[in-house]
Ligand binder design. Structure first.
Ligand SMILES: Cc1ncc(COP(=O)(O)O)c(C=O)c1O
Length: 367
């Protein structure tokens, strides 16, 4: 039997009645757009994360876009982030007219190297976007300190880190803005695209809420031009039903992470490091290896999926050629792009499957 990276069919089978009922209710009430389901899910998810406000939107990408607009970032402004992330992080900066400025990552956590941030700050810098890659929060406190010292805002990209914790506190309540994606394969995933921004700031909440819905104050009264970045009622209903399971799924992901660590003990790979300040939620289970291609080939032969998040660091992408970055500028990101390998990870993955995958990795890396 094959093993996929993520198995959403298996998850659906564990809660079919709840999902079917949520969907049917949306159809019965025709609550498709701007519905009370959306407000309910905003309140539920904000409360779950300990934040005052949640602004539901159409994706993780538009969540970042709205947060950047809420703090007035636009043409001429610089935003510091990492080149080892999904392009949405930097795309959002460019799409509001800003310029992404890269700093390298740490080799053990794969997250922003805080010691490099101050060196990248210029007069034009307005914000820092730490990314909680693979489900582990970046080291937020020193980032907050730097931000305060230089009068910058922090927009946390938590697209991969629902329910993770920093120093015992759930993320979402800590940064001025925390942006989530509910892309189907995420730890909390919709049945289509969806996203949310959490904030404790009332003004930002209001501004993002307006921007998200054409800059509307009343039905046909517009405070500013905005976007149609709304979350669908159907996605909100599904996400409300799924949120009830997130704690259980998170613990299962963590258990699966531990099982991989255990079964990969003999393998010549670097297993994930959980930093002392972090509760890692294993959106991805990522090892580092010089034998990546060999492992992927072997797994594929056995019908087992694997992935690379991400094979080309952003500063070396054609999309950013105009910035003039070159190979060697961010060596840790470049090394990771060559060596990281994501193994199947989802809550319903069984111990026997983890054992089987790990045995193949051991075989390839030690023979
Ligand atoms: C780190 C990161 N940022 C942003 C995004 C964008 O989210 P979405 O696909 O919902 O637009 C994703 C997810 O794909 C992501 O992994």
């Amino acid at each position: 039997m094959g093993i996929p990276m993520v198995d959403l069919k298996r998850q659906y089978q564990t809660m079919k009645d709840e999902i079917d009922q949520a969907i049917q209710e949306v159809i019965d009430t025709t609550a498709f757009v701007r519905s009370k389901n959306v407000n309910r899910f905003e309140e539920e998810f904000a409360a779950y994360c300990g934040a005052k406000y949640g602004v539901a939107c159409s994706s993780g990408t538009t969540a970042l876009h709205l947060a950047l607009r809420a703090c007035g970032i636009g043409p001429g402004d610089e935003v510091i982030t990492v080149p080892f992330t999904f392009i949405a992080t930097t795309e959002a900066v460019s799409n509001v007219g800003g310029k992404p400025v890269f700093v390298d990552i740490e080799l053990d956590s794969y997250n922003i190297d805080v010691s490099a941030v101050e060196g990248a700050i210029t007069k034009k810098t307005k914000a820092i976007i730490p990314v909680d890659l693979y489900g582990q929060p970046a080291d937020l406190d020193p980032i907050f300190e730097i931000a305060e010292k230089h009068n910058l805002t922090v927009i946390e990209d938590a697209a991969q880190a629902h329910a993770s914790e920093y120093k015992g506190k759930r993320i979402g309540s800590l940064s001025p803005f925390t942006c989530y994606s509910f892309f189907p394969g995420k730890n909390l995933g919709a049945y289509g695209d969806a996203g949310m921004i959490l904030t404790n700031d009332e003004q930002s909440n209001e501004r993002m809420r307006m921007l998200c819905d054409h800059g509307r104050r009343g039905k046909y009264e517009y405070e500013m031009e905005g976007y149609n970045f709304r979350m669908d009622g159907m996605q909100a209903a599904i996400l409300s039903a799924k949120l009830k399971h997130l704690d259980d799924w998170t613990e299962k992901r963590r258990r699966n992470g531990q099982l991989y660590n255990q079964y990969l003990r003999e393998a010549d790979v670097v297993t994930p490091v959980e930093k002392e300040y972090a509760k890692h939620v294993y959106h991805c289970y990522v090892v580092r290896t010089k034998d990546r291609q060999k492992i992927q080939d072997k797994l594929k032969e056995e019908g087992i999926a694997s992935g690379v998040h991400y094979p080309i660091a952003l500063h070396l992408q054609p999309a950013y050629a105009d910035y003039g970055y070159k190979r060697g500028d961010f060596p840790v990101s470049e090394q990771c792009a060559e060596e990281v390998l994501s193994l199947p990870m989802f809550p319903e993955l069984t111990e026997a499957e983890i054992q089987r995958i790990s045995a193949l990795v051991v075989e390839v890396t030690t023979r």
